[in-house]
Design a protein around this ligand. Structure first.
Ligand code: PMP
Length: 395
């Protein structure tokens, strides 16, 4: 079959091949990017969906506005207020997961050949999605404090990108958190170069200790001329349920209008049933307890994984302990002649019935084959310890 040429730029993910092996019986998987199904507030969601059907069956089951279900937009506006962002309900649109917000940004902003700066490493689906629209991706390096702003500025000046895509808080896969100082520098750069900054923030609520610095969007409110240069994507996937497919985008009015037009031709609107359920859930007041619970459980798992990695892999691995999100990002050092290529280790690991994702596919350019991503979200502490011991054996 003769497919559209835009597909020429995109390969099916190397990771998919690995995922086929995850059904092997007895395997402990640190490979997925899923939250733990056992953490879902099923009772709360049952109540919320029943209320949605009882109180507003017309709204919950009928076609709805492309921009989103009004009561949900109102709740999301209030939710953002708790995170220091002033946004009116009509200043955001509801999307089918934040993944759709990224797709709409690609559709509205990227012409073939346009340059977009992303972090190296960054979210794999974003790489694929932006490439589908013909973007030329340029990677800016990341360290434990997030994207290196000096390097970023050089790249912006050199390439004049259409926009910069960042996951500033507990990046996937980097787990890194952009420091407050660097957030301010990013905002200054946005103004200086008049560059749109896309802030993807599905993990900002998932912190284990101290709260992270305010989002770039929140900080933009104090920097004249910068707010109009930020598009911010939020999601309920990681803290409440990814199956609901509720995300949102806050962006300048002109951009929101174009994105809404594109969404209309794509899925008309996000499921009104899911939106009405999410609205009832946020209204019910259960969210703070849900957030406290996921922070506690994932925090314990992250701690256990960090300790097990140190114990079982010693100086053969380097990593920064993440303070939130779902992932460890690590590098094999090759110390004492141990394996330094994560692809090689991934195969040996499967033989020992443990899985993780090699890091190379997360780089839009210059892949580092010594890197890997380990999710601590879905296995409990006992499984984490067993799985990391197996990884030690594989190494
Ligand atoms: N952005 C990042 C950085 C992610 O890790 C994910 C989920 N893996 C998404 C966006 C998409 O999430 P969703 O569509 O479920 O909101």
């Amino acid at each position: 079959m003769q497919f559209a040429s835009r597909l020429d730029n995109v390969e099916t993910s190397a990771i998919r091949e690995l995922f086929k092996l995850l059904g092997t019986p007895g395997i402990i998987s640190f490979a997925g990017g899923f939250p733990d199904s056992a953490m879902f507030d099923v009772e709360g969601l049952k109540e919320a969906s029943a209320k949605a059907l009882n109180e507003e069956p017309g709204g919950a089951l009928q076609y709805g506005a492309t921009e989103g279900y009004e009561p949900l937009r109102t709740q999301l506006s209030a939710f953002m207020k708790t995170k220091g962002v002033d946004v009116a309900p009509n200043g955001l649109i509801v999307t089918t997961g934040s993944q759709q917000a990224l797709d709409l940004l690609g559709k509205t902003m990227i012409s073939p050949g346009d340059k977009v700066i992303v972090e190296g490493p960054t979210f794999l689906a974003t790489i694929q999605c932006f490439r589908l629209y013909g973007a030329e991706l340029i990677s800016a390096p990341v360290d434990a404090d997030g994207v290196k702003t000096d390097e970023l500025e050089k790249l912006i000046a050199e390439h004049q990108p259409k926009f910069v895509y960042l996951i500033p808080t507990f990046g996937n896969p980097s787990g890194a958190m952009l420091s407050l100082e660097r957030r301010k520098k990013v905002l200054a750069m946005a103004v200086k170069y008049q560059t749109l900054i896309v802030e993807d923030d599905p993990y900002g609520d998932l912190y284990f200790g101290e709260a992270p610095p305010p989002s770039i969007l929140s900080l933009s409110q104090a920097v004249p001329g910068s707010r109009e240069l930020i598009a911010h994507c939020g999601s309920l996937s990681k803290v409440l349920s990814p199956g609901l497919r509720i995300g949102w985008m806050i962006a300048p009015a002109e951009l929101l209008a174009k994105a809404t037009m594109c969404k209309q031709f794509s899925d008309a609107h996000t499921s009104t049933f899911a939106q009405a359920t999410a609205a009832q859930y946020l209204k019910s007041g259960r969210m703070p307890a849900t957030l406290a619970n996921v922070r506690k459980v994932y925090g314990e798992r992250a701690k256990a994984m960090g300790a097990a990695l140190k114990r079982e892999l010693g100086d053969a691995i380097e990593f920064t302990q993440p303070n939130g999100g779902l992932f460890f990002w690590a590098r094999l050092t090759g110390a004492n002649g141990k394996i330094a290529d994560a692809n090689v280790l991934a195969k040996k690991a499967i033989e020992q019935l443990v899985a993780f994702v090699p890091g190379a596919p997360f780089f839009a350019s210059n892949p580092d084959v010594s890197t890997l991503r380990l999710s601590f979200a879905t296995a409990n502490v006992e499984k984490i310890e067993e799985g990391i011991a197996r990884l030690g054996k594989a190494l």
